[in-house]
Design a protein. Sequence first.
Length: 264
Amino acid sequence: MRSARVLIIAGSDSGGGAGIQGDLKTVQALGGYGMTAITALTAQNTLGVSDIYPVPPTFIVEQMRMCLDDIGADAIKTGMLHSAEVIEAIVNALPANVPLVVDPVMMAKGGAPLLAEAALHALKSLLIPMATIITPNLPEAELLLGRTIDPSPESMEIAAQQLLALGCSAVLLKGGHALLENGSAPTTLTDILVMRDVVPIALTAPRINTRHTHGTGCAFASAIATGIAQKLSLQDAVRRAHGYVQEAIARAPGLGSGHGPLGH
């Protein structure tokens, strides 16, 4: 039986926790076959990003073409797309009939910016309208909407509906960055899944008290893409991905002195 094929278009994380490396570990763990088109090389570890080396857009597209022309894809996932030129090139090369998961990566776990400011418009106007689902966290959603978002489930649902208006088919708004009014972290985290003409779904989980959460967003989006590639419904793909990320956080190997990687 052929493995579900997932093409990942994202940046490389030299520390192995997020980016292409984290994506491939996720796809493999869930039984898929991962391919890559690397958009940038980052020099980073669990403490942060020291440098970024962009890959020329023409070479990104050539990586995509070589994978798609020969192996094909059942789903495509995008991650770090650092410039408007890269986004425009990828949009022009994406096949129209393959489900697309867009993780709008804008900053690293340690706070380093991973998306040029000029690229935000291209992301919103060109790539997001092509997406089967987008998976922003709260800070990314705030940048996309240009406003702050109260972390209550009700306010998150409103924000997710506003993100849906950008043209994508579904939005998973992740609440892992939520803080209470006193600045403390809530004991329960809520993610909101909003789809067109479907009742919104709230996914809740207890917060795991750990600093080893590097790559959670990458893993979540890649797990969704793998589920879609395996012909799960979007709801089932999101639910399975949600559970997978929780388990991966719980079994994190405890590597590094900063935000450590997950246990895939």
